[in-house]
Design a protein around this ligand. Sequence first.
Ligand SMILES: [Zn+2]
Length: 233
Amino acid sequence: MYGAYEVSEHILTRVLEYGILNAGGEEMASIENTENITPTKSIRITEKSIARNSYETAIVYDKENNELFRVSQGDASAVELTQKQWAQAYGMTLTHNHPFDLTMERYGFENTSAFSSKDILRGMQYGIAEMRMVIGNERYSFCWVTPNYEKTIQFIEGLQKIEASASAVITDTKEAVDKAVNISINNQTTENKNRAYNAILEHYSTVVTETNKINQFIADNQNAGYIFKKEVL
Ligand SMILES: [Zn+2]
């Protein structure tokens, strides 16, 4: 849910005000939930069914893995829960997909993504026991176990920095694609077409590289008190 590279100072400030441990209460995380990276069959099937959608769907499960409700937004890239839904989601498992890019696949790249700082902050703010995300053939899980206040702040700030830097680099390559494609449409020489093709490859390659950096950062900072897992869907 939420654009992968959006930065939210506002929510970070709120979490800082509450204090990490109070953001979701003591029930915010539990060890059992971290074992759910390969969950019950029903969740696996559901996650697979949304993993290739171009729009986002968020689904909340109760502690017995029954679906409580889902929120889907067919024409926008991000879904948002209402305050009432967030309250219902307290202590539960929330899974969602990040939009699948069919063009990326057509150019030979596996779709990949990363939790956004917004995903993580919202999970903390509303006491989500386990935050999950899927895209293409990937499944991710994020679960607070023993939050460390200082390290958590450093982690969130570091994540936002990496997101901003990734976003800037990816935007540059996207602009280069738009430019090269426009030129090749107006003047359809082989050279221009090749240039456009290479710009697209460069763009998707950059998306993969920058996404890997974000995932590596999340994997490397688990001493902030969370467990992060990634596996094949
Ligand atoms: Zn998300």
